[in-house]
Unconditional design. Structure first.
Length: 411
């Protein structure tokens, strides 16, 4: 096998299990061990049985089997076919109690060419969004209230806002080529290194990447460990959902992390989306965090435009990302809070739901609430990306704080 780059495997992933390595080279993911054998390039005459799969894509395909025949012969101008979009949903049956999307976009045009599949899935995933609906965008941080979320400073440990962005004219991660990914890294990093003042920072390619000339071997092992300790590091995909989507091809080439000198703003380049953008800090100043986020996004967009590029966006779907679950806003605001008495209440989950919040353990989606440190997550109104998202987040965290501040928690 030829060596990386651009073929074969990078030496830095050679120690990984074989079933993971199969998705990190230059080939599409095919793995008998994980039953990931759907051939996206050579579609079968008949779609495999999806009746026991738990995803919105599978649900729709079972209801309307004619969709497969209707769409299987179509491709986008970039050569993305139906198989590329549904492979992850066919390869991964999922869990009966957890419904995944089961569908990814290989490029921006996928949402149009395969709209008879994407639009109904989007409608179901987001709880109602018809094919003729429009998305409103307003990133005005001045609309976020100046009212303190946590005046006492006793409850909110940290706050963050994150989203994703895609660059128009280049295929999305499931289909992006080796050369396109390197071009993405070039133009995105140029934009990031152009940021000034509190956003000024540096870019660190993943260890083993040979794509970035100023750091030809990627970040050092010491820098990698520092990234890990700061929870900045992302690693190779170890889920068949991602491997079947094609996210891991050519790993770790042209992937990396930018962070500012203050380490309260970072961008993941070429992970599951072209860009994952995160603004965060200790405490509860959501307005300052959101302002930093908006200034950075606008600054990067200006550089992209100077290079002849722009973000993927349209009036129907808003900002375009790989997974339909992140369309529109892709914006998530969260706060890490200490509310031990409130989180012990039997109706705690119902209370969060009423407030439009999601409660997670302090270490992420599946983690336990060790010490009753919880992260409250608000997804930005899925179809309304606006300054009001930050305001809604602040108001609801204030409500949570007020509800949880019983006699013992007020002391």
């Amino acid at each position: 096998m030829a060596s990386y780059p651009p073929s074969g495997l990078a030496p830095t992933v050679d120690h990984l299990p074989e079933w993971i390595k199969l998705g990190l080279g230059d080939k599409e993911y095919m793995c008998d061990e994980k039953k990931a054998t759907f051939d996206a390039d050579n579609l079968p005459e008949k779609l495999p049985d999806l009746s026991k799969h738990s995803s919105y894509m599978a649900e729709l395909m079972c209801e309307k089997p004619e969709l497969y025949d209707q769409l299987k012969g179509k491709t986008t101008k970039n050569g993305v076919n139906l198989g590329k979009c549904i492979k992850t949903g066919v390869d991964n049956p999922g869990h009966p109690s957890i419904k995944t999307v089961g569908l990814v976009a290989g490029d921006e045009e996928s949402y149009e060419v395969f709209k008879d599949l994407f639009d109904p899935v989007i409608d179901r995933r987001h709880g109602g969004f018809p094919a003729d609906a429009t998305h409103t965008t307003d990133l005005d941080f001045t609309k976020v209230s100046d009212t303190p979320i946590d005046p006492s400073g006793k409850y909110v440990i940290s706050t963050r806002v994150r989203t994703g962005r895609s660059v128009r004219g280049i295929r999305l991660p499931p289909s992006v080529t080796f050369e396109e990914r390197r071009e993405l890294e070039r133009i995105i990093v140029k934009g990031l290194l152009n940021l000034k003042e509190e956003l000024k920072g540096d870019y660190y390619p993943l260890h083993g990447s040979k794509s970035y000339e100023p750091k030809p071997g990627g970040m050092t092992r010491e820098q990698e460990e520092d990234m890990r300790e700061n929870h900045f590091l992302f690693q190779e995909p170890d889920s068949t959902l991602l491997l079947s989507s094609g996210m891991g091809r050519h790993w770790p080439d042209a992937r990396g992390i930018f962070h500012n000198d203050e380490k309260n703003f970072l961008v993941w380049v070429n992970e599951e989306d072209h860009m994952r953008i995160i603004s965060m800090e200790k405490g509860a100043d959501i307005k300052r965090i959101f302002k930093r986020f908006c200034v950075a996004v606008n600054g990067v967009q200006d550089v992209l435009k100077s290079e002849g590029y722009d973000f993927m966006h349209n009036d129907h779907l808003g900002f375009i990302l790989t997974c339909p679950s992140n369309l529109g806003t892709g914006l998530r605001a969260s706060a890490m809070m200490k509310v031990p008495l409130l989180s012990a209440r039997p109706d705690f989950k119902d209370l969060c739901k009423k407030l439009g919040l999601q409660a997670r353990g302090g270490s992420g989606v599946d983690s336990a609430s060790v010490g009753r440190h919880l992260r409250y997550l608000q997804r930005g109104q899925d179809w309304q990306e606006r300054g009001a998202v930050g305001e809604h987040h602040g108001r609801r965290v204030r409500q949570t704080r007020a509800t949880g501040a019983g006699p013992r928690e007020r002391r």
